[in-house]
Design a protein. Structure first.
Ligand code: NAD
Ligand code: UDP
Length: 345
């Protein structure tokens, strides 16, 4: 099969591309390299069945493929709030462009949605039937509402144009190839612990999240894509629920460091609790996560340890080799090439 993965050079996308290539599929990995890295898929470039395409999903594209995984969108709050208008465009125009591509090609398309569509949930755990409680005008809205419109577009293209759509509501996922500077809690805590720095706890740390290891998530995405007739949203996540303080304790322990904490204010609209009800995925996809949090962290920490070793600044304190490409990536994400002088994130 010929498969397009948008956002394929990102964290989840690169693992998905790898699995698809190893299964013998032809893979087109599309990315604008805002938060993704060529390095994430460098090991796939030797395969004839793998193609890397620099493209922005906000621009139309026609390709003859059988399946589209639409993952193109920054996922970390720091990154998606950097240029919120672009985040909305990636979700709305990007999804629209990929739906047009799927319709013309007769391809099946899966949208990477998110648990953020539930906002600050009044129902716990969250089943797919819950419509959510989302602020339309807050700093997270560009992502939350962008993803909600993307879901609407998927359902409307299915109902109106008979496009074969799938919607995965992904809960917090972690693992190797997360960007170490992306501001998400797992990468932040691991990097801080490995550097012997205090872990930055936002608020009291009582807020909860459910963390899914990336291999489990990719398995769920592929099962959903290949299941027949499943157009309604499906939650994919690990139902194990942890407070952020518990996460800090576990990460410090896995890194072999004593836990020290630096308290920071809780960001606006930060959800208090988050835990997926995965009954639908269990029943319809026979999917459940298999990797417990501690086990997943034990697989993730060595990846970050290795990257930090390679990224160590030189004696004069000059930035690491990766810092300049990051500026380029941010430049690529601004509107139509116009460079803004917004402070570094
Ligand atoms: P990521 O930031 O590592 O990957 C996103 C990729 O999309 C990057 O490679 C980035 O360069 C690319 N991209 C961004 N905007 C683009 C555009 N306009 N055109 C082309 N490429 C673009 O994030 P991730 O964690 O791998 O997330 C992948 C998808 O899964 C996203 O859609 C995200 O919303 C969704 N998701 C992730 C999580 C999670 O916990 N990781 C949770 C819920 C949903
Ligand atoms: N968080 C934290 N310290 C950090 C980064 C995040 O305490 O250094 C908290 C954040 O406030 C949130 C949780 O960890 O409550 C998960 O944050 P993340 O950005 O990873 O994901 P999201 O909020 O999108 O679920």
């Amino acid at each position: 099969m010929k498969v397009l993965v948008t956002g394929g050079a990102g964290f989840i996308g690169s693992h998905l591309c790898e699995r698809l290539v190893l299964q013998g599929h032809e893979v087109v990995c599309l990315d604008n390299f805002f938060t993704g890295r060529r390095e994430n898929v460098r090991h796939l470039l030797d395969y004839n069945s793998f193609e890397l395409l620099r493209h922005d999903v906000c621009e139309p594209l026609l390709l003859q493929v059988d399946q589209v995984y639409n993952l193109a969108c920054p996922a970390s709050p720091v990154h998606y709030q950097y240029n919120p208008i672009k985040t909305v465009k990636s979700n709305v125009m990007g999804t629209l462009n990929m739906l047009v591509l799927a319709r013309r090609a007769g391809a099946r398309i899966l949208q990477a949605s998110t648990s953020e569509v539930y906002g600050e949930p009044h129902v716990h755990p969250q089943p797919e039937s819950y419509w959510g409680n989302v602020n339309t005008v807050g700093p997270r809205s560009c992502y939350d509402e962008g993803k909600r419109v993307a879901e609407t577009l998927m359902m409307d293209y299915h109902r109106q144009n008979n496009v074969d759509t799938r919607i995965a509501r992904i809960f917090n996922t972690y693992g190797p190839r997360m960007a170490e500077s992306d501001g998400r809690v797992v990468s932040n805590f691991i990097v801080q612990a490995l550097r012997g720095e205090p872990l930055t706890l936002y608020g009291e740390g009582g807020q909860t999240r459910s963390f899914c290891y990336v291999d489990d998530l990719v398995e769920g995405l592929m099962r959903l894509m290949n299941a027949d007739g499943l157009h309604d949203p499906v939650n994919l996540g690990n139902p194990g629920e942890f407070s952020i303080r518990q996460l800090a304790e576990t990460i410090a322990d896995v890194c072999g460091r004593e836990l020290t904490i630096e308290y920071r204010p809780l960001p606006q609209d930060d959800p208090t609790q988050r835990k997926p009800d995965i009954t639908r995925a269990q029943t319809l996809l026979h999917w459940s996560p298999t990797i417990a949090l501690r086990q997943g962290l034990e697989r993730t920490v060595p990846y970050f340890a290795d990257r930090l070793k390679r990224k160590r600044p030189n004696k004069k304190g000059a930035p690491g080799a990766d810092d300049f490409p990051f500026i380029e990536r941010r430049r690529a994400y601004t509107e139509a090439g116009t460079w803004t002088d917004r402070p570094a994130v």
